[in-house]
Design a protein around this ligand. Sequence first.
Ligand SMILES: Cc1cc2nc3c(=O)[nH]c(=O)nc-3n(C[C@H](O)[C@H](O)[C@H](O)COP(=O)(O)OP(=O)(O)OC[C@H]3O[C@@H](n4cnc5c(N)ncnc54)[C@H](O)[C@@H]3O)c2cc1C
Length: 476
Amino acid sequence: MRALMWFRSDLRIRDNTALHRACKTADEGVIAVFSVCPEQWADHDWGSMKVDFVLRNVRALSESLSRLNIPLLLIRARYFAELPAKLLRLARRHRCTALHFNQEYEVNELRRDREVVALFEKRGLQVQTYTDQTIQDVSKIRTGSGGWYAVFTPFRRKWCQSIQQGTVPDVWPTPKRMARLSVSPGRVPARVSGFAGLRRPDLWPEGERVAHQRLRAFVSRRIRRYDESRDVPALNGTSALSPYLAAGVLSPRQCLSAALEANNDLLDSGEPGVTTWISELIWREFYRHVLLGFPRICRNRPFRVETDRLPWRCDEQHFRAWCQGLTGVPIVDAGMRQLAQTGWMHNRLRMIVAMYLTKDLFIDWRWGERFFMQHLVDGDVASNNGGWQWSASTGTDAAPYFRIFNPVSQSRRYDRDGDFIRRFVPELGELPARTIHEPHAGTAPAVDYPRPLVDHRTARGRAIREFQRLPGRQSG
Ligand SMILES: Cc1cc2nc3c(=O)[nH]c(=O)nc-3n(C[C@H](O)[C@H](O)[C@H](O)COP(=O)(O)OP(=O)(O)OC[C@H]3O[C@@H](n4cnc5c(N)ncnc54)[C@H](O)[C@@H]3O)c2cc1C
């Protein structure tokens, strides 16, 4: 039997469940395929950073697969709807009788996969799908009454219990070399039209080797201090592995396995740095669970449906200032400029800028969610939506609406000496730590830097009042 392995957000040969199974079961070789869908990607708000990272990783994957005698072919489709027929044609042309792929969780992706499975099965081909994007099958983690979790802590508890009961597969071995086929790999495009913006291959090199080097460096040198340093954006305190996880160049099982190795196999005790990091991996699983349980969040709806009545302000000018890092709040502007220049933003800053947009400016979280997706190299629907709805107080286990970050206090706390601000807002470079967080307050020296768009206290009061007006809401 010859198998067709369909790569999507799992661009690796190591610890890839579907690839492992395809290689195990195919005695007449494996053909791999990746679909380039520029219009669909644009519809999903993928930006140039993400598209470039994905294409470079597809090229690296193709080289690794060639060493296993697995040719990677490419199909081009404008939209997902064209894929079932194109995949079937390719499978038939290469005499593949089984299709293997790892599951994805977003609404359009699920619909696409259902259509592919239906067509293949109708034409007598086998289809095998696998859980691979998460450490465990998050659809099976359920509350006592069989429902979906909407709060992180009990989800985490259940998730850990399930791991401790030993139901989690180990990291899969890398497939052995297959019999050579007379099929040449396809040409992976360096670019596709429509995604001409920023690219930073220098910051985000492609390939599994790099991803593992970064994982090893983090686990051997920084993970033990993660609980203390993860909130300080000026430090290199987090793993910066999110782009590799989002594109599947690295698997979350590989991350968990490396963390457990550094913690004597303890999941929720031992080194606090390690257990805190594992918790972040579980947040990633939680948001995928939420996406599956409440697919409306993938259709532009809030988790808390009543918050759709909030009269968000459609202030284009304020939104533009936020996008450009010109709000007059240095920590917000530093975060937004980090995103614009690197395609990535530190988690503490993602929370600060998202809270600022939705509470201080009272602008719809969906505007921010979309802008992030268009600019992030690690853009990921479940985590991005989860983060935005957390910040906007519209989501599962979200920040309570009355607990609004004061961006200046956050700045003083997490960027005490102003080092991060100085790095990304050079016009404030000469200011001392005393004044850099709020340059226009008091007797700060004149600098060519905008005044704050809004007064935080006034804006905070407005946001709280609007939330309190929602039906069924009490004051905090
Ligand atoms: C408004 C907002 C938007 C976000 N958008 C995205 C996004 O599009 N893609 C994305 O991967 N993450 C997103 N996050 C989550 C988080 O900010 C990033 O995962 C993290 O900053 C990535 O850096 P790191 O790899 O150094 O993380 P580490 O701190 O080293 O954590 C390890 C891994 O755990 C996962 N993780 C960490 N924190 C979270 C979290 N809060 N939620 C879910 N997963 C988490 C990531 O895969 C991360 O790579 C968002 C958070 C917020 C508040």
